[in-house]
Design a protein around this ligand. Structure first.
Ligand code: FES
Length: 143
């Protein structure tokens, strides 16, 4: 774990044409059964091209990933607190699941509470970004 204190509220920020920034008490195990590493801030790949999935490595700039950074279909309203641990669970050849509660801030300033399981598109092709809509199967996404 790095020495930066976790932010009091979990927050995900959608970047136009780029990754999802996530702040909070974040856990991620690179392999099944391995002890999870802990983070307070990560950038998550949304374009599908990162060589360091689920994290962003800047590949979106090379691939020309284009996304407005808004919710195509906003999640159901919730008043749940955006706190507690966040666990990153990449689904094989599919989305990135986040277990836990967080506030999602869009590029145009909208805010939504998401949880306690949220499936985020990481193939870059969903028609319902930032969420998965199953398109990864049609395009043969592998990760
Ligand atoms: S991961 Fe992109 S549509 Fe499912």
């Amino acid at each position: 774990m790095n020495d930066e204190n976790a932010s009091p509220a979990n927050e995900a920020r959608l970047n136009q044409n780029g990754p999802l920034g996530l702040r909070g008490r974040i856990q991620y195990a690179a392999t099944v059964g391995a002890p999870p590493a802990e983070y307070t801030r990560v950038a998550l790949c949304r374009c599908g091209a990162s060589g360091n999935k689920p994290f962003c490595d800047g590949s979106h700039a090379k691939t020309g990933f284009a996304d407005h950074g808004r919710c195509v279909r906003p999640p159901e309203p919730s008043t749940h607190a955006a706190e507690g641990e966040l666990v990153l669970v990449p689904i094989a050849n599919g989305p990135l699941r986040i277990d836990g509660w967080f506030e999602l801030a869009t590029a145009d300033g909208q805010r939504y509470v998401c949880g306690d399981k949220t499936w985020l598109c990481r193939c870059g092709a969903s028609g319902n970004k930032p969420f998965c809509d199953g398109t990864h199967k049609k395009i043969g996404f592998t990760a």
